[in-house]
Design a protein. Structure first.
Length: 271
């Protein structure tokens, strides 16, 4: 199944669900102009795909879009000689026949009924919110009419900072994936103000300078020209490397990217 990757940037890129096919247990709001009994009348689709309306009785709506139901009801009113030019509006109030699945770093990952016109933040809240293991983005996998799928990537920071363009409407059968980004440890020891283990996300491992800053920075007695980085390879063999942090701070050499479980040792300078 082909997959296209898109970044959602503006509301005009969102799919609005106009092709949604009505199914059992969906709730419809039906309005027929000049018919008081059918002014925003709520009807639930039965298990056999029908709704019951005054003057028309049972009407089969399973598998139809809201527009197709409007046309069908208008035609039936004409055929029954009840109205000459019926103005019919059908609004899908609850998508009870469809579900949305939430997986990954949320409190309660599972499938939920899509009740009403919900947006991404509504579904994340229903699933109990994000856990501390959540990564940087949410991926929504959406089925297209041609059988392919479309992956929409939503940056978590922008979403929760109130950028409404990312709080997109959720479609039936969407799969909302919150990739797990587990916490790992980096150790900074010796002449820093807050020595110990740093808990960081695996996707955001710090550089050497960043780790030292997270550990409170150098003490006055730190030996900045001989900072040791220790690590253990896959075979269990230990390695270490000496780094002149002064050269990094002066822009002479690039900062060093640390890895999971690296140990940074800042020695004491002897005066």
């Amino acid at each position: 199944m082909a997959t296209a990757l898109l970044y959602v940037l503006v509301q005009s890129q969102q799919v609005q669900g106009t092709d949604y096919r009505i199914g059992p247990q969906d709730q419809l709001e039906v309005t027929v102009t000049d018919v008081p009994e059918l002014n925003k009348r709520l009807v639930r689709v039965s298990e056999d795909g029908k709704i019951s309306l005054p003057y028309l009785g049972e009407v089969e709506v399973d598998g139809l879009t809201s527009t197709e139901v409007e046309r069908k009801l208008a035609r039936l009113f004409v055929e029954k000689n009840f109205l000459q030019n019926p103005q019919v509006a059908v609004y899908i109030q609850e998508f009870a026949s469809k579900i949305v699945t939430v997986i990954g770093a949320v409190t309660n990952p599972k499938s939920y009924p899509l009740l009403g016109r919900l947006r991404l933040l509504n579904i994340i809240s229903t699933a109990g919110g994000l856990t501390t293991e959540a990564g940087d983005e949410i991926i929504i996998i959406r089925e297209l009419l041609n059988g392919e799928s479309n992956s929409i990537r939503i940056p978590i920071t922008a979403l929760f900072e109130g950028d409404i363009s990312f709080n997109i409407p959720i479609e039936p059968n969407d799969i909302i994936s919150v990739p797990i980004d587990r916490l790992v440890a980096i150790y900074v020891m010796g002449q820093v103000n807050k020595p110990g283990a740093l808990s960081v996300k695996k996707s955001r491992l710090p550089t050497l300078l960043q780790a030292i800053a997270m550990a409170g920075g150098f003490t006055e007695r730190a030996k900045k020209n001989n900072v040791i980085i220790k690590w253990t390879d896959a075979q269990g063999k230990q390695h270490q490397n000496s780094v002149n942090v002064k050269n990094i701070m002066n822009g002479r050499v690039k900062d060093v990217q640390l890895k999971e479980n690296d140990i940074v040792v800042v020695k004491e300078s002897i005066f």
